[in-house]
Write a protein that binds this ligand. Sequence first.
Ligand SMILES: Nc1ncnc2c1ncn2[C@@H]1O[C@H](COP(=O)(O)OP(=O)(O)O)[C@@H](O)[C@H]1O
Ligand SMILES: [Mg+2]
Length: 359
Amino acid sequence: MGSVTLREVRKLYGTFEAITGIDLQIGQGELAVFVGPSGCGKSTLLRMIAGLEDVDYGDILIDGVDVTETAPARRGVAMVFQNYALYPHMTAFGNMAYGLRRAGLPAPEVERQVRAAARMLQIEPLLDRKPRAMSGGQRQRVAIGRAIVREPKVFLFDEPLSNLDAALRIETRAQIARLHRELGATMIFVTHDQVEAMTLADRIVVLNQGRVEQVGTPREVYHHPANVFVAGFIGSPAMNLLPATIASRDGDRLTLSLGADLGEVGLTGAYGGRAGDSVTLGLRPEAMTLQADGIPAAVTLAEHLGAETILHLTAAGRTLVLKSPGDLAAEGGQTVAVALNTEGACLFDAAGQSLSGRA
Ligand SMILES: Nc1ncnc2c1ncn2[C@@H]1O[C@H](COP(=O)(O)OP(=O)(O)O)[C@@H](O)[C@H]1O
Ligand SMILES: [Mg+2]
């Protein structure tokens, strides 16, 4: 129970097309994450699935049943919001029990279900407290508990961790991942944070300006981004995107010219593109290393994170970011020499679409 299908779903606010025609299939038991920059339409799409926002065109199906015109309460979904949306005058128990009581469940059964959810979320000691006497993380657990007792087919989370501090965010994230395993329920989780997306998702749906840019596992979107938008959005620090020209092709070996002072690099693999084409070479920060015979580069900023070092560099007028395990000795103001490792690199055509796997 709990598959979700979107068919050509569109949303207009006046003449502004917030969602531009989305087709998507989310499998039963899957944890799908909608990720994208602020304003790209994540909340709108989630609220349409919840029934809180009208659908202008297209259909939404849950378990194969068209729910496009079905009231929110009858869709079998439960939503958790960024701002918790708890009733301030009710205790944690009262908030979690509210829906069950309204549905006419006998008191002992309400008690049993609320306590079971509270145990799962480790909030049993808080059940008598009102929201104002709880921390943000505790309130968010109560809101998640309220969703659990409804036994929805589909859980919908809209940036539920964004109001929590960093440590609590990681802890609550792990708890949601564990809940997903224990309940085996379908979950759709919305976030602007690509780290949250990468750590939680079975499948990531990358949204941009009301469109789906790519759907894939975290590994797929990281290693095989479909276009430069996904390449730049997923991964931190962001992928280096270098304008280049295909100087020559010899079978599956390309020589790319990166422009005067950066010289040429070789690239081997199943890439499309022909000699003379303008392309973009995508190199992850970890694909760059310091190497004595490399390209000279000025260090503009060195970030020493302990286990890894991030160097912001300028080479031949281009900005490059290098990430290395360990604590590199380099400091801002120094000049270093950088080698570009093109193994597994990404290549994009002039329109920004991936050329990988297109030979
Ligand atoms: N009620 C509304 N009226 C007009 N425009 C809206 C409304 N709600 C959202 N929008 C616009 O739709 C776009 C998508 O919004 P939203 O789904 O909230 O983005 P996200 O959740 O990805 O940050 C934004 O440009 C936003 O300004
Ligand atoms: Mg939003």
